[in-house]
Design a protein around this ligand. Structure first.
Ligand SMILES: [Zn+2]
Ligand SMILES: [Zn+2]
Ligand SMILES: [Zn+2]
Length: 920
């Protein structure tokens, strides 16, 4: 018999090479067939519910790394909660209405060529197409959920619930109509909410313009602006009441400019000769009237405003109430017309004849020319500044007063209550609480009407006879909601008022039958912001609150905010207990991914190349609170970590081929101390992982588990275990004890990693089930419990052995390097001490120190004339090449090798085992 055949060498079919892409799709099919999601829900049907409410991505375009990061973080959270025994339903959703889809649909066909019915059908089909596409990909990521029954904001039931929310707002007086300047996109010809606007660098003209004082001829108030096109809408000049204003003599004219700004202005326009002839406070100048330079019968009123600063300009602020927020309120205060001579497409109307029909954003030079002609222009220059752009079409937007519907965010203390409810929520990371607080504190009223077609209609009517707007009549509202539930919102646009309202088609004010329905639609942020009503309440029954919302940090402006405002207006509470925000995915240099730079990586590519488990491991490995980098380099590092983990699983499985936990399990108290210590370290990693999951610190789990595999297992425990597992008797207590520990490690690690490596842990679980039948799927299992008894003394002692081992390994490495030894088994370790207690302790641990270090023997002696290589506290340590012979079977050195007549090349232990095996 060859000695090799007498060893208990590992046996397993678990493959070293993962071949993830193929293996994963097999599991995916199996899960689909068995309906794993339903099985999990059933297994916890009586448990407490944990609801992570999905923020709906937009049903448009291909999925990018940001989508993958978001969905996978959610999946990891929910799978951990499932392990902890919660029932975690997950209803994914999609935002299906809005401009991006309209823009896509009108790429190939003109909106004007379609009926509204046809147009909306195209939009709907487009949304469905992308939902279908996304579902397939999200499933491939390994995300579990109600993929067959997601929530879509275009479902009639969902739409009806949104209208319920709007009804509550209307009935409680939150909604008002006003002509007010709003961000307006001339390209998309619609109003934009403040969350739909992004600021980018933009070049504008910068001009100084003179407005002549009507009573004091040849004296001019000098204004400065970067939007010359708004000059025709000027109705006032605002001064700061507390500033000092100079009256300057420049050439033959008199100019009025704030003192603080004059020096700067003079430099900019190159004026050196001037004379200060008088000074005033802003207060003293208020009430004056100036002649508008371009419009003959227009006066521009000099008014006071606190927002006039000394940061730039002249301290005399051009005020066009129809084209600016501050300007608007100044206009209201002084009873000025809210004038905006600009149409939907951003062109001057007949109200400014000189440039009628011209696009205002392209008219700056024309206005400058007009001002030059009437000698009102002092200076023109260019500035590059941060300017609002349309988030959808990326074009610059304008501020334009139109009739719009608003939610008054201060009505019924809504803003105050919302700010209060923010404090009841746990924000992760905590800094995001400040972000949402300041955004809610500073936000303007919410413009909720849009002049588009693809959305939920604003369910309002207007009476053609008495002019009344019918917005808060509950009966009419309920009728509309019923109508939408039955027919969907398409019908609103197709059917007439009689068909919608039936016998309620009468003006509640004057009784006339001439009600006209609104053709505006709702801001899509109302759609998604109402999901707490349409999804959460529907699922949770009584509890109308989700446990968690988890989205990118841009949602402080978007979904977190729209949701918390609407929920406060309707339910007087935040819609969530906890909110996690994550950063954006960037390239290795921290740059945003963009097609033009060519640094875009897609989740699809990563899955094809490395498998979904590698994508998931990448998500877990990064601290998502910051921006999250991805690159080939990073993916290589992640797959290397994956390989380490996989090899650990493989090694353990290979050594459990003859282990039956029911029969062979060694009781904790009968285990050698080294094995007990390993279980203690395992318990540590289980507890620390639990805490890290509870705190959503997934990157900590990644690092801990990786270190556990590399340091504790590969480096410390498993190497030494081989020197027992292979040569010892199969059923020796030493070997069975190690197998018991390995079994516990295998089960615990598989479970700990199951929220992250969903495919690989399931693969391991199948092998594990062959050893002992547990739950059908690891995803049906529960968080591991490690039961051990330890005391402080034990842990201290073993922590010490662990440390000493570090020193021994260093010495072994040095000997290996200078060629004195090959394998660690070639050496003996000598431990010396003068301390009797210490010696006794070491003596007891002798065999285990030997095993932990994989050396052939350990000698412990009391000596004071020590020649030591190294020391640890009061223990001196020396490593020597063994002077004895090597056993041909177990490779350990022993002075017994060569002392037996029958087996000259074996050690005592191996000789006995071989003799036994021969007898059989
Ligand atoms: Zn636009
Ligand atoms: Zn009426
Ligand atoms: Zn041997």
């Amino acid at each position: 018999m060859a000695y090799k055949d007498s060893l208990n060498l590992p046996q397993t079919d678990f493959k070293m090479k993962a071949n993830l892409s193929e293996r994963e799709t097999n599991f995916l099919e199996k899960w689909e067939e068995e309906n794993l999601y339903k099985k999990i829900m059933d297994s916890r049907k009586d448990s407490e519910q944990y609801l992570l409410h999905d923020g709906p991505p937009y049903a448009n375009g291909d999925l990018h790394m940001g989508h993958a990061l978001n969905k996978l973080l959610k999946d990891i959270v929910m799978r951990f909660k499932t392990l902890k025994g919660y029932k975690t339903p997950y209803i994914p959703g999609w935002d299906c209405h809005g401009l991006p889809i309209e823009l896509k649909v009108t790429e190939n066909v003109k909106e004007e060529d379609l009926t509204i019915e046809e147009f909306r059908k195209k939009c709907r089909n487009y949304a469905f197409k992308y939902v279908k596409k996304h579902v397939k990909e999200f499933k491939r990521y390994g995300v579990l959920g109600e993929w067959e029954k997601p929530y879509l904001t275009l479902h009639p039931n969902y739409e009806a619930n949104v209208l319920e929310v709007v009804k509550t707002l209307a009935v409680n007086g939150f909604i008002y109509k006003q002509k007010k300047p709003v961000h307006w996109c001339p390209s998309c010809h619609t109003a934009l909410a403040f969350s739909e606007v992004e600021y980018k660098e933009h070049q504008s003209p910068s001009i100084y313009v003179k407005f002549e004082d009507i009573e004091d001829k040849n004296t001019y108030f000098v204004i400065w602006t970067t939007t010359p096109w708004t000059i025709p809408a000027n109705y006032a000049i605002a001064l700061n009441p507390h500033f000092k204003y100079l009256k300057l003599k420049v050439n033959d004219e008199y100019w009025i400019v704030a003192e603080k700004l004059w020096e700067d202005m003079a430099k900019k326009i190159g004026i050196e000769d001037y004379e200060i002839v008088d000074t005033y406070t802003g207060d003293e100048l208020a009430g004056k009237k100036c002649q508008h330079p371009l419009i003959e019968n227009r006066k521009s009123k000099v008014v006071l405003a606190d927002y006039v600063t000394a940061e730039e300009g002249t301290g005399c602020v051009h005020t066009a109430p129809g084209h600016g927020e501050d300007d608007f309120y100044t206009g209201l205060k002084h009873d000025l017309p809210i004038f905006a001579p600009v149409d939907d497409r951003g062109r001057y109307t007949e109200e400014f004849e000189e440039l009628e029909g011209q696009k205002v954003l392209e008219s700056n030079e024309d206005v400058v020319e007009l001002l030059k002609n009437v000698k009102a222009l002092i200076n023109v220059n260019k500035v590059t500044h941060s300017y609002p752009h349309c988030e959808r079409c990326k074009n610059p937007v304008i501020f334009r007063a139109t009739e719009q519907w608003f939610i008054d965010v201060d009505k019924n203390d809504l803003r105050k209550n919302t700010l209060k409810s923010i404090k009841d929520v746990k924000w992760v990371p905590p800094t995001s609480e400040n972000r949402i607080t300041s955004m809610v504190a500073e936000r303007p009223d919410w413009c909720i009407s849009r002049q588009r077609s693809w959305g939920i209609p604003l369910p309002f009517f207007h009476c053609d006879d008495c002019g009344e707007d019918i917005i808060d009549n509950e009966k009419i509202f309920n009728r509309v909601i019923e109508f939408v539930k039955e027919n969907g919102t398409d019908a609103w646009f197709v059917k007439n008022e009689n068909e919608i309202l039936g016998d309620l088609n009468n003006c509640p004010n004057c009784g006339s039958g001439n009600l006209v329905k609104s053709v505006n639609i709702l801001d899509v942020w109302i759609d998604s912001g109402s999901s707490f009503k349409s999804v959460v309440e529907a699922w949770k029954g009584i509890k109308n609150k989700a446990d968690m919302y988890l989205e990118g940090s841009d949602q402080h402006r978007g979904w977190f905010q729209s949701s918390i405002l609407l929920s406060n207006a309707v339910n007087n509470q935040a819609p969530f207990n906890e909110v996690i925000t994550h950063g954006f995915v960037v390239d290795a240099n921290g740059k945003k991914m963009s097609k033009s730079i060519g640094n875009v990586t897609s989740p699809k590519e990563i899955i094809e190349k490395y498998g979904a488990d590698s994508l998931r491991l990448w998500v877990a490995s990064e601290n998502y609170r910051d921006d999250v980098p991805v690159s080939d380099e990073i993916m290589k590092r992640v797959t290397e970590a994956y390989r380490r983990i996989r090899n650990t699983f493989r090694f353990i499985l290979g050594n459990l081929y003859d282990f039956d936990p029911d029969k062979n399990r060694v009781k904790y108290k009968n285990m050698p101390e080294l094995d007990r210590y390993m279980l203690y370290r395992l318990k540590n990693i289980v507890d620390k992982s639990n805490k890290a999951y509870e705190n959503y610190n997934f990157h900590k789990i990644y690092h801990m588990v990786r270190n556990f595999c590399v340091k504790d297992l590969s480096g410390f425990y498993l190497d030494g275990a081989k020197s027992v597992l292979y040569p010892y008797r199969e059923d020796s207590i030493e070997r069975r004890s190690i197998q018991t520990v390995m079994w516990d490690i295998l089960k615990a690690l598989t479970k700990i990693l199951s929220p992250i490596l969903v495919y690989t842990t399931e693969e391991v679980w199948e092998y594990l089930n062959n050893i002992k039948k547990e739950e059908d799927s690891v995803h049906l299992s529960y968080w591991p419990e490690i039961e051990i008894e330890t005391d402080k003394e034990f842990i201290n002692r073993w922590d010490k052995v662990y440390e000493i081992r570090g020193t021994i390994q260093k010495l072994l490495e040095a000997k290996r390097e200078n060629g004195e030894i090959g394998h660690a088994l070639d050496s003996y370790v000598y431990l010396f001490s003068e301390n009797d207690n210490e010696l006794k302790m070491l003596q007891n641990l002798k065999e285990q120190i030997k095993r932990a270090n994989v050396v052939s023997n350990v000698y412990i002696e009391k000596r004071d004339d020590m020649i030591q290589d190294e020391y640890y506290e009061d223990i001196y340590i020396s490593v020597e090449k063994s002077p004895d012979k090597k056993c041909a079977r177990c490779w350990e050195y022993s002075h017994k090798v060569g002392s037996f007549d029958d087996y000259e090349d074996l050690c005592e232990r191996c000789r006995e085992i071989v003799l036994e095996k021969e007898k059989k």
